[in-house]
Design a protein around this ligand. Structure first.
Ligand code: HEM
Length: 410
């Protein structure tokens, strides 16, 4: 759909969750129109299982929904798709739970990425980042997504799980399988094949769990889940759900921020010049990259009661998408939201990590990985040339890139 079509379509025909907008790079135009003309908007999706849903597009309304879990539930799911009865519905993960169970399970894993623990990760992250950057080809075109973003986030996940390094590429593979649904992505696996692959993941992790449950507690995520009072008795589908949460949570999001930083700086050479002149700006640039990209475009909530939002009557049981990507471009909350500015006065005033009880557990870890990446890039490469348009991911949930061709001139 062209920009003209987006702006002239009758409002009730706008379907912001159509992944094609994200593929075409027109999604921001859809949200601009909704924020202006119908900030709490009802759409009907032709995708079976998605049906009708509300889009919450203004910063303040998103904050309201995200911080009122007694009105807006995270159950049964945090994406707009409702699954038919069966295996998929059994998948339980704490991002899609309400208190008190959510709070108990979150407590079991949160310590691994607590600020005090992050200090322990720093040297390892720096060493691995340096190795990956040193192995990149010079003066020839290569895919930054594959060689840098996927490689680094995969190393990090393998470290958090204490997962065998030689098998680490299974992690992004499983993440892709988990996030690609046939109903919204024609290239995805058939539902039975998808579940079969996820069960292989469960089998692999169950072996690691069994090794660790009988050993003294350690500081990797599997050991923490196996020994945590709120998680040690999880059934297989709940274990699988939480694995998917941790793999997806730590994977696509940081990966796409690693790619989008390169893109944003290439499109804004004056910001790159500022950064080279003052590398200390990395600290404020990292949250700006995360705002600018918004790697998870939305989170879903479901109304627990009849309520009112932005003048609209929301009925109990109706679905809402909190479009973080739209809130992050809302000029009522963020000055000059369309500009990529690496020295913003309040760079952390964005919605990309959500707010309230589900606010991203891994936010500081993600920021640390990006900070170290940019420190190591500046030490090594005088220039990163983007040689082609990026290829975008076909999804309205994960907002990111599957390919970005670059060249490092020596
Ligand atoms: C730039 C990188 C990242 C972004 C943009 C991001 C974004 C988000 C968002 C939007 C939420 C839901 C917030 C809400 O519903 O209010 C979330 C939750 C979560 N994230 Fe992240 N995330 C990132 C990195 C990570 C990393 C590195 C990890 C772990 C290793 C992680 C683990 C989680 C977990 C476990 C939750 C569920 C929290 C809960 O339900 O209490 N994330 N993240």
């Amino acid at each position: 759909m062209t920009l003209d079509q987006i702006n002239s379509l009758p409002l009730d025909q706008l379907n912001p969750a159509d992944p094609q907008h994200f593929m075409d790079g027109t999604e921001l135009a859809v949200f601009d129109r909704l924020r202006r003309e119908d900030p709490v908007h009802r759409s009907h999706s032709p995708v079976p299982g998605m049906d009708s849903y509300w889009s919450v597009t203004r910063y303040e309304d998103i904050m309201h929904v995200d911080t009122n879990p007694a009105i807006y539930s995270s159950e049964p799911a945090i994406t707009l798709m409702d699954f038919p009865k069966g295996d998929e519905q059994q998948l339980k993960m704490f991002i899609a739970m309400d208190p008190p169970k959510h709070d108990e399970q979150r407590k079991a894993v949160a310590p691994i990425v607590a600020p005090t623990n992050l200090v322990n990760w720093q040297d390892l992250i720096r060493e691995r980042t340096g190795k990956v950057l040193d192995s990149l080809p010079r003066n020839e075109t290569f895919d930054w997504v594959d060689k840098v973003s996927i490689e680094l986030t995969t190393y990090m996940l393998a470290t958090l799980f204490d997962f065998p390094l030689e098998d680490r590429r299974l992690l992004p593979y499983w993440s892709d399988v988990a996030t690609s649904l046939k109903a919204t992505n024609p290239n995805a696996l058939e539902p039975q094949e998808r579940m079969a692959e996820l069960k292989k993941m469960l089998g692999y992790f169950t072996r690691l769990w069994n090794e660790r449950v009988n050993a003294p507690p350690r500081t990797d995520l599997i050991s923490m889940l196996a020994h945590g009072p709120a998680t040690r008795n999880m059934g297989p589908m709940e274990f699988m759900g939480n694995l998917i949460l941790l793999i997806v949570g730590g994977n696509d999001t940081t990966r796409n921020s690693m790619t989008s930083g390169v893109l944003a700086l290439s499109q804004n050479p004056e910001e790159m010049a500022k950064l080279r002149a003052n590398p200390a700006l990395i600290d404020s640039m990292v949250p700006e990259i995360i705002r600018w990209q918004t790697p998870l475009a939305y989170m879903r909530r479901t109304a627990l009661v009849d309520t009112e939002l932005g003048g609209k009557q929301i009925k109990k049981g109706e679905k809402l998408a909190m479009w973080y990507i739209s809130g992050n471009r809302d000029e009522a909350a963020i000055p000059e939201p369309y500009r990529f500015i690496i020295d913003r006065a309040r760079p952390r005033q964005h919605l990309s990590f959500g707010f309230g009880i589900h606010r991203c557990v891994g936010n500081r870890l993600a920021e640390l990985q990006l900070k170290i990446l940019w420190e190591e890039i500046l030490k090594r490469f005088p220039k990163i040339e983007v040689v082609d348009e990026p290829t975008r991911v076909f999804s309205s949930f994960v907002r990111g890139f599957s390919r970005l061709d670059v060249r490092l001139p020596s």
